[in-house]
Design a protein around this ligand. Sequence first.
Ligand SMILES: NC(=O)c1ccc[n+]([C@@H]2O[C@H](COP(=O)([O-])OP(=O)(O)OC[C@H]3O[C@@H](n4cnc5c(N)ncnc54)[C@H](OP(=O)(O)O)[C@@H]3O)[C@@H](O)[C@H]2O)c1
Length: 284
Amino acid sequence: MRVLIIGATGMLGTDLQKEWTQDEIIPASSRDADIRDPAQVRALVAHTKPDWIVLAAAYTDVDGSEGNPELAFAINGQGTENVAQVAREFGARIFYISTDYVFDGKSTRPYEPADPIAPLNVYGASKAAGEKAVQSHASDWCIARTSWLFGAAGPSFPERLLRAAETRPELSVVADQTGSPTFTRDLSHVIRDLVRKDARGIVHITNAGACTWCEFATEILRQAGRSSVRLSPITTEQAARLAKRPAYSVLSPASLLVHRISLRSWQEATTAYLRDFRDCGKLR
Ligand SMILES: NC(=O)c1ccc[n+]([C@@H]2O[C@H](COP(=O)([O-])OP(=O)(O)OC[C@H]3O[C@@H](n4cnc5c(N)ncnc54)[C@H](OP(=O)(O)O)[C@@H]3O)[C@@H](O)[C@H]2O)c1
């Protein structure tokens, strides 16, 4: 099977390339094809003739999207539509990576794939546009929503936290948003397995369990031997970020259990992440 990974240079894409050894993997970055340009996407797909396209490319700057919605929609909405149309034209299946930020966070139980989406920010709205484009323009598709990604190819929350902990004795971390941190290496294995099982429809993929950013930070510092750094819990309002974020965006594992797939806890995944982070010489 030939699998074209678009967004192969990103945090998730890097792990997908490393972890996916069983099939013929063709990595592509924006230098191979800018997904905003249908002609470039068509040339890439015509040349590589994939059975599956994993679309991990996106404009992922959540706060940056607020000031530049045109760019977010051009890449995450129209760019995704371009890939979906070309996939259909060439008979390739598409596996689209989406986000928990398509939800508004008002739920009191983990979100299921069929729950209504209502993004709170531009990034979430642009990814929702990407989901719609895949559903309306591709003939054979799978959409995987995931959340709070972290991986050694980062940068991501754990790396930023550990860097800050090197120079500051106290750090403020948001304590009123709850979600599920997801290790990109674990996510890569599940994407590979779902593609190999020919999965269809919408699935939710995260590490097991849920926490606030502050609880995640506490666990990272504890495992990294930096518990002497004090954490001060703050509210979303105090953090004053440009983009609104859902207060609760835990994704239910039920759609994965249908495929007999389950992931380890976010705490165990943090241990594996820190090992990778040390091995690549990033943990000082
Ligand atoms: N990060 C998170 O916490 C999170 C959470 C939930 C869902 N997701 C989703 O998971 C996926 C992977 O996220 P990530 O954090 O690994 O992303 P990332 O590290 O920001 O990487 C983005 C990738 O997209 C490519 N790209 C950007 N603009 C492009 C364009 N116009 N044409 C072609 N390629 C383009 C980049 O290629 P170049 O290197 O060539 O620029 C890069 O390979 C995304 O779909 C994201 O929406 C992320």
